[in-house]
Design a binder for this molecule. Structure first.
Ligand SMILES: *[C@@H]1O[C@H](CO)[C@@H](O)[C@H](O)[C@H]1NC(C)=O
Ligand SMILES: *[C@@H]1O[C@H](CO)[C@@H](O)[C@H](O)[C@H]1NC(C)=O
Ligand SMILES: *[C@@H]1O[C@H](CO)[C@@H](O)[C@H](O)[C@H]1NC(C)=O
Ligand SMILES: *[C@@H]1O[C@H](CO)[C@@H](O)[C@H](O)[C@H]1NC(C)=O
Ligand SMILES: *[C@@H]1O[C@H](CO)[C@@H](O)[C@H](O)[C@H]1NC(C)=O
Ligand SMILES: *[C@@H]1O[C@H](CO)[C@@H](O)[C@H](O)[C@H]1NC(C)=O
Ligand SMILES: *[C@@H]1O[C@H](CO)[C@@H](O)[C@H](O)[C@H]1NC(C)=O
Ligand SMILES: *[C@@H]1O[C@H](CO)[C@@H](O)[C@H](O)[C@H]1NC(C)=O
Ligand SMILES: *[C@@H]1O[C@H](CO)[C@@H](O)[C@H](O)[C@H]1NC(C)=O
Length: 212
């Protein structure tokens, strides 16, 4: 069982391409003149920019919404980016591939002890940010405290310890509506990178991991 959740945890990683709108082309010159900044392993450079703690951040060399908050938790340098109301931990920015890899910063354990049973708490809301999910990503849908579930959903027992229940499934737009006949207290959809072991046989791996 813990195996599944450790794996799920590492799966809560989002890979985005950053897409510069056509209007940005004329700013290329401007962009290349922006300073870049290393914080930990993260190379913050245009269109990303470092949020300053001492200034008002009304002027920045980069895109609105792509400011990165550099903090130090006492042990290491942490880079955070906020979309909507949620913060994500920036794992890396690869300027050559124009990709940014983020991890959900907001997992908290339902069961006490190590966080081997993460609960997805929020949908990812990109709003108008010039980011796109990497094409290889899949969406996972989580349902909590339902009066039943479609057969393709897989129960997550560790999340149901407090008397409710929880299910996960890979979103298929054709069948996701099957949830409509069931009443659930909450639904969260999150986008994840399907590691190859999952890609090769999703049903096998979810099933095996669930059985522990
Ligand atoms: C930040 O903005 C506030 C309110 O607009 C202003 O009073 C203050 O002087 C600004 N500080 C700096 C460092 O620009
Ligand atoms: C940056 O993140 C730290 C830690 O979460 C927070 O205390 C701080 O207010 C943030 N700063 C800005 C400018 O968002
Ligand atoms: C954080 O990053 C700064 C600038 O790159 C560096 O000087 C400092 O040593 C780093 N701190 C830690 C704890 O890694
Ligand atoms: C952010 O939180 C506020 C207050 O809870 C809410 O009204 C708003 O809809 C949230 N925004 C997003 C993008 O989730
Ligand atoms: C950070 O990225 C910028 C833009 O690609 C590049 O010019 C710079 O050399 C990089 N810095 C480091 C330390 O890799
Ligand atoms: C996953 O959800 C996002 C946001 O709703 C959407 O843009 C994307 O196309 C979905 N991906 C798949 C593979 O369904
Ligand atoms: C989605 O569900 C439909 C109906 O069960 C199925 O035919 C289709 O192959 C599924 N698509 C994916 C990508 O699994
Ligand atoms: C997440 O998005 C779905 C629609 O895709 C919505 O039904 C659900 O209420 C949202 N969940 C949260 C926690 O905002
Ligand atoms: C995938 O998993 C199913 C269910 O355990 C199994 O029957 C099937 O042989 C597996 N397929 C591959 C290619 O391993």
């Amino acid at each position: 069982m813990p195996h599944l959740f450790l794996n799920l945890l590492t799966f809560f990683i989002f890979i985005f391409f950053f897409v510069l709108p056509a209007t940005a082309q004329s700013y290329n010159q401007y962009g290349t003149n922006c300073p870049s900044y290393m914080w930990g392993d993260v190379n913050i450079s245009y269109p990303f920019w470092k949020i300053s703690s001492s200034e008002n951040n009304t002027q920045f060399c980069g895109y609105q919404g792509l400011g990165i908050n550099c903090t130090d938790n006492g042990q290491r340098n942490i880079s955070l980016i906020a979309f909507g109301n949620d913060s994500y931990y920036v794992q890396r920015i690869n300027n050559d591939y124009r990709s940014i890899v983020l991890a959900d910063y907001d997992f908290s354990s339902v069961a006490p002890g190590p966080n081997d049973c993460p609960r997805a708490r929020h949908n990812i809301s990109l709003g108008t940010l010039p980011l796109q999910f990497h094409v290889t990503m899949v969406n996972l849908s989580f349902h909590f405290n339902c009066d039943g579930s479609p057969s393709f959903a897989t129960a997550i027992p560790c999340l149901g310890r407090n008397g409710g229940n929880a299910y996960v499934n890979v979103v298929n737009v054709t069948t996701e509506d099957d949830w409509d006949v069931h009443s659930c207290a909450e639904k969260v959809v999150t986008t994840v990178y399907p590691e190859p072991i999952f890609m090769s046989n999703l049903s096998l791996n979810y099933g095996r991991l669930l059985q522990g």
